[in-house]
Design a protein around this ligand. Sequence first.
Ligand SMILES: [Zn+2]
Length: 209
Amino acid sequence: MKTLAAFFFASLVCTSAMRAADGPNDFDNTSRFIFYAVLQGLYEDGVSNEDIAQILMRKEKQSYFHFIYACPICTATIWALETYRARPAHFYGLKSAASTFGHGLPADMREQLYSDDPHQRLIAINSLVRSWVARRIDAMNFSEQERTVLLDQIEQKRKDGMRALESFRKHEHGKDFGVEQAAPAYVDLEECAVCNGAVGKLMKMPEPK
Ligand SMILES: [Zn+2]
């Protein structure tokens, strides 16, 4: 495990150099870390396909409702959710016909995830991502320095996500692709539930009026 962690750390440090040498790379190590953290969390928690559909809610002429379009952490999270959703219907050779490891999300989490209030749904998604990323960080057995480097790189991506949200709010991508289309759950929010989850932060919600 330690060797893996050391390799991961070396890869993280080398990311910018590799990017310069290899040209654009959609799959840098931080995105891959987020992808694996979410995918592992989904399998370990045994999230149902119905719950995946709720997290990946999508309405007509909108991007994914609970995510910010072009936000790098949201994007890697969507990759994992879509990958998990496309998993085989059941594991080979098992009588149980199971397709995942865990027993599903707890009832209170599901209730929040299916709330009519999008803020409540974002709080649920934020706590899921927080737990999945924290669990993978623990599992990787990073040194303090490795952990700091990783969290710093995730934080940089979180800032990119916030900038993306702001650019949609300012309609920098055309009048038909503002925040209502590109990040529908975020019309009255400044921070991303998924990105905050990835850096271990709670979701900040506006004061009730
Ligand atoms: Zn995000």
